[in-house]
Design a protein around this ligand. Structure first.
Ligand SMILES: Cc1cc2nc3c(=O)[nH]c(=O)nc-3n(C[C@H](O)[C@H](O)[C@H](O)COP(=O)(O)O)c2cc1C
Length: 165
């Protein structure tokens, strides 16, 4: 049995998509959890704030959940051809181990999914670039949905098998 964490950047259609991935993971016999970055609501990362704040509410819990999971699904809508600020901001806070900013990310298996207003290909590219840079092993297959196109259950199942087998 594997352990996977679904990290959704927003609380609407992407949270729903995260739940679909979690439900399928459980059907496949794995342990799955969903975290919603819009619910954690981190302060905007700045260098000054990162020096001032000893404790960022919600950070320790998120780091623990991420650290305990062998793989992650990152699920985020496209905003202006890239990723939404909740995701970018959270990753900034999560990569502040200055001696090893990849500590949490390196070698982690990651899958990418989106429910966007239009195509969603740009946010997949943006996330692929960032998570690959951080050392994650980002699988090639991704899941794109929008209001006219439901997420394909076969894609969800295959991605989870790649991430957990
Ligand atoms: C500021 C902003 C920018 C957006 N830019 C794009 C975009 O570039 N491409 C796109 O396909 N959808 C875009 N959208 C639409 C969202 O991707 C879409 O509404 C998505 O389903 C929202 O996810 P949610 O329901 O989980 O909040 C944008 C929405 C917002 C609020």
């Amino acid at each position: 049995m594997g352990k996977i964490l679904m990290i959704t950047a927003t609380g609407g259609t992407n949270h729903e998509l995260a739940k679909k991935f979690a439900d399928m993971s459980v059907e496949l016999g794995h342990d799955a959890d969903v975290v919603d970055l819009s619910e954690i609501d981190f302060p905007m990362f700045t260098m000054a704030r990162s020096k001032e704040l000893d404790v960022v509410p919600g950070m320790a819990e998120l780091k623990q959940k991420m650290g305990e999971s062998e793989s992650w699904m990152i699920i985020a809508p496209e905003y202006n051809g890239t990723m939404p600020p909740t995701l970018n901001n959270a990753v900034a806070w999560l990569s502040t181990e200055w001696n090893d900013f990849r500590a949490l990310f390196n070698r982690r298996k990651v899958g990418l999914a989106t429910h966007s207003g239009g195509g969603g290909a740009h946010v997949i590219m943006a996330m692929r670039q960032m998570f690959s840079f951080l050392g994650c092993i980002v699988i090639g297959r991704s899941c794109i949905a929008n209001k006219n196109k439901e997420a394909n259950p076969e894609t969800i199942e295959d991605m989870l098998k790649q991430l957990l087998d």
